[in-house]
Each structure stands twice: as structure tokens, then as C-alpha cells.
Write a protein that binds this ligand. Sequence first.
Ligand code: URA
Length: 259
Amino acid sequence: MTKEEKDAVASFLDLAGDYLAGGYRKNRTAPEFTDDTIREFPSPAEQGLPETVSPADSLEKVAADISRCNRCGLCSTRTNTVPGEGVPHPLVMVIGEGPGADEDATGRPFVGRAGQLLDRMLDSKGKIGLSRNKNCYIANVVKCRPPQNRNPLPDETAACMSFLRRQITLLKPLLILAAGNTAAKALLDTTEGITRLRGSFTTFTLGNRDIPLLPTFHPSALLRDESLKVPVWDDMKTMRAKLCELDAAYAGLMADAPL
Ligand code: URA
């Protein structure tokens, strides 16, 4: 709870107490409340609870909760929260690290140089045929920009994970593409680096669903090192092959776009 929320509840209880005592007002000094900071955010599975989503939950509600979030220090330096964007029930949910300067300024994920490269990778001149407007959803592990684009800290990632889990539960993507070290490590709960993880499917389990997850390099890494284009193109082809197995309509489209 925030300090503001606690102040409001305390003042309501004071008033109600006075009312029940016949309107007699006592002089009180208000208690000094502070904001709660959540350091650890265990998943339902870690707490031994089933993974469920309330029937009332929605992507809009997740975005509204993110916009009010102050679970970690990133809330004090953000301009906008960046919940994610794309289509519901996408073929692919792309998960990156966290917003950069352009995303913080606009509230939209992957809109800077790395984002434009991501859009080109996902479409690959129609050979992969994916886009955030048609069949993808794009989000990040953390929803607020880390200062100076540093990597998110473990407590920041942990505090944000429940938003990502709610988004995945609601979106039900056919496949997850984890872009970069932070996303792969957070989703797979491993310390293994992206160079070893990339290119092979593993699964992300949520409730009773096993979602195929493919780690690949982050587009920012490609901007720094052109040689990563070859393995990333291999990963795009691996993803295309899996999607063709999983979705007949996509397989039909790809039949007209030979590699
Ligand atoms: N890098 C990310 O990981 N996410 C964005 O939204 C932009 C750049």
C-alpha cells in the first residue's frame, strides 16, 4: 500500500470511530506512514498455489495496475510505464528486457532503433510474416525504464514478474520469443547465458499450459555486433518451422513465402 492510501484509510477509521462515539472528536497526531516496497514476488507456483487468472482480469486492467505500480525504485525515474502492445491471443509473444529512452517517452515497447530492427526481424520480408499489428504481442520483463539503460536488478525483475505472468495467462500465445539475456534468464529461472540458450526450444509452464519458448539474441546486441545476424536468422527459421507445426493458417501463409 502507498503512504497516501494508508493515510486515507487511517483518516476514514478515525472519522468512523468518532462517529460511533457520538460525534466526539479527539485530538490526534496522524501516524507517519510510508510506502510499502515489495522486494520479493514469488510466483503462485513458488507459493504452492495453482496459477489462475481472475475472470475479471484483462490486459487493460494489467496496464492500469502497471501505471500505478510503485513496487520498486524504477517508478521514481520513469516518464511512462510501458505495458506492451499487440494483438490478443498472438501467435508469438516477444519478451524483451525493459524500456529504453524512446519507449519511456512514448509508453510503447520497442519503438527505438532496436525496436525497428525487431520489427524487420519478425517480418523478414514476409518470410517470417510476424508483426505487432497482425499476430504478435510485444512486452518486456520490466515495465519501467532502468536509468541509463542499465540491466534491471533482480529485485526489479522479481517485482514485475507477476504482471508478465498475468499478461501471458491472458494472451495465451502459441509461442514465446525471449529476446536477450534478461528475458531468457527471468523466464527460465536460469543463470545460463543467452549464447548457450539461444536457438533451442524449451518450455515455459504457466498453470496447466506448456508454452514453447525460444531464446534468441536481443536486437540491441545485433546493432552492436553484425555477426549475430546469422544465428538470429537461424532462430527466426526455427521459430517459423515450429509455428507451421502449431498453426495451420500460418503454415498456409508460409507456403507462399519459401525460404
Ligand atoms: N529494449 C527492450 O528490451 N525493450 C524495449 O522495449 C526497447 C528496447
